[in-house]
Design a protein around this ligand. Structure first.
Ligand code: ATP
Length: 233
């Protein structure tokens, strides 16, 4: 049974159709990359998994059962969304941002904070500063750490490398692989198609809300259509 299965999902905003009959699935500890041009529907797909957008038809199943409708119920089930643009709370301290992330998982906050500070020493150094004072790369790390505070089984990552310097982009891609290696399933939306395809297990291309190509990361890296449209070949 798949960890997460999107079945025949369609999403519209009034007359604008964002997704049409999209079906994808990922198993435990896999990275599933979604690539496509601006406006192709990638964010809408992630937002409909995390309950932020209500599909017009189709459904999302987690371990074979239909997901509840409300975003907080979906987080409680173990699905966390790290949105495009980080969306950290700039007027809260770094530690408070992390505590907000762990809000629905009230086990041992101290232990959970310690885990994130071990993984991201820069966040420990700056824990009492406002999140708005962090660089873009540090804010991305904070957004991911905040997501990890809810002990997710699935992480939805929307454009995590957007606007970051190449050296930081490499760090973010290494981090994504570490998170996958810890057993978390990742759905990754990325403009950096070459990198996203080279670290993923499965992938699809979205064009105008429709899946036009899907396969393993390797297959898509070798596909002429993908090379021409997304890999600059
Ligand atoms: P980008 O890479 O630019 O973020 P995307 O692939 O993530 O694009 P979406 O943001 O999902 O694409 O948008 C898909 C389509 O739905 C686009 O035509 C977009 O203009 C439209 N859309 C997205 N959100 C809304 C909204 N809240 N209201 C109306 N139309 C929307």
């Amino acid at each position: 049974m798949a960890m997460l299965e999107v079945k025949d999902l369609s999403v519209s905003y009034g007359h604008v159709r964002a997704l049409k009959n999209v079906s994808i699935e990922a198993d435990e500890g896999e990275i599933y990359s979604i690539i496509g041009s601006n406006g192709a529907g990638k964010t809408s797909l992630l937002r409909s998994i995390s309950g932020l957008v209500k599909p017009t038809s189709g459904q999302v199943e987690f371990l074979g059962a239909k997901l509840p409708g409300k975003p907080h119920q979906i987080v409680k089930q173990g699905i966390v969304h790290v949105p495009e643009g980080r969306r950290t709370f700039s007027g809260l301290t770094i530690q408070d941002n992390l505590l907000v992330g762990g809000y629905l998982y009230k086990h041992d906050m101290h232990h959970d904070l310690e885990e994130q500070y071990k993984r991201f020493p820069i966040l420990r150094e700056r824990k009492d500063q406002f999140a708005g004072t962090l660089s873009g790369g540090e804010q991305q790390m904070l957004a991911i750490a905040r997501g990890l505070m809810s002990h997710p089984k699935i992480m939805l990552l929307d454009e995590p490398s957007l606007g970051l310097a190449p050296i930081i982009v490499n760090q973010i891609f290494e981090l994504i692989q570490e998170i996958r290696d810890s057993g978390i399933t990742i759905f990754l939306v990325e403009q950096n198609a070459r990198k996203a395809l080279s670290i993923c297990d499965k992938a699809c291309v979205l064009e105008n809300g429709i899946i036009t190509v899907c396969g393993t990361g390797k297959e898509l890296l070798c596909s002429d259509v993908v090379k021409k449209a997304y890999l600059g070949a």
